[in-house]
Design a protein. Structure first.
Length: 218
């Protein structure tokens, strides 16, 4: 039986697998905010259920069964986020936790109907691609951090890598939202703040914040 705890681990592994580097137990423990022994126990359980494979060279890898389950969960989560913002009018910084509660109790019939009502969106409010839509994997792989751009470069915001409410509120106040065009005006020496231009205004962003904003070529 796949419990909610199992589902949350599968989601985390899925999202981490789209980032740079292998998914290892230490990173997963940090991501889930649990102890390494707790992660070890869960990985053993996931392996026994045929949801993952794990070894030192490749790290933790989802099996076909695990990938299908994870993509279904992520799809439902991001559909709910889109519904909560587009239909119920919640702010984009308030929908992540609500969607976490709703995704686990959603039937396939409701999922299909929800997608139809929303017009089959390709991304969630934070810009993350919804699995099962056209170009989902391409969108995940092509984006790069805003912090990787040089002076004079222009890009379009693809998504925000983290769904921390305070970060989302801050970015929204600056107009740094998905599909917004940004241009790098200046970069302070020694990896200092970046001066970015968006919608005619200029703001200084620290490198850490800029690294969480994923962009694509304009």
């Amino acid at each position: 039986m796949i419990t909610q705890a199992v589902e949350e681990y599968l989601e985390a592994i899925y999202k981490m697998s789209l980032e740079d580097g292998p998914v290892i137990a230490a990173r997963l423990a940090e991501r889930m905010n649990v102890s390494p022994p707790t992660v070890a126990d869960m990985l053993k359980r996931l392996t026994e259920n045929g949801l993952i494979k794990a070894n030192r060279r490749e790290g933790v890898v989802l099996t076909k069964k695990g990938l299908e389950t994870a993509e279904s969960l992520v799809r439902r989560h991001r559909l709910w986020e889109r519904f909560l913002t587009d239909v119920l009018g919640l702010d984009w910084d308030a929908v992540h936790e609500e969607a976490c509660k709703l995704e686990h109790a959603m039937s396939l019939q409701v999922e299909k109907r929800l997608a139809e009502i929303l017009g089959h969106p390709e991304t969630c409010p934070h810009g993350h691609p919804i699995p099962g839509t056209r170009g989902a994997h391409r969108r995940e792989k092509e984006a790069r951090p805003l912090s990787a751009l040089g002076v004079g470069e222009e890009s379009v915001i693809e998504r925000v890598a983290e769904e921390d409410p305070q970060l989302l509120q801050y970015l929204a106040s600056l107009g740094l939202l998905p599909e917004a065009k940004v241009r790098i005006k200046e970069i302070a020496p020694f990896k200092g703040p970046m001066l970015v231009q968006v919608a005619g205004a200029q703001y200084a962003l620290g490198q850490e914040v800029a690294s969480k904003i994923m962009v694509r070529p304009d």
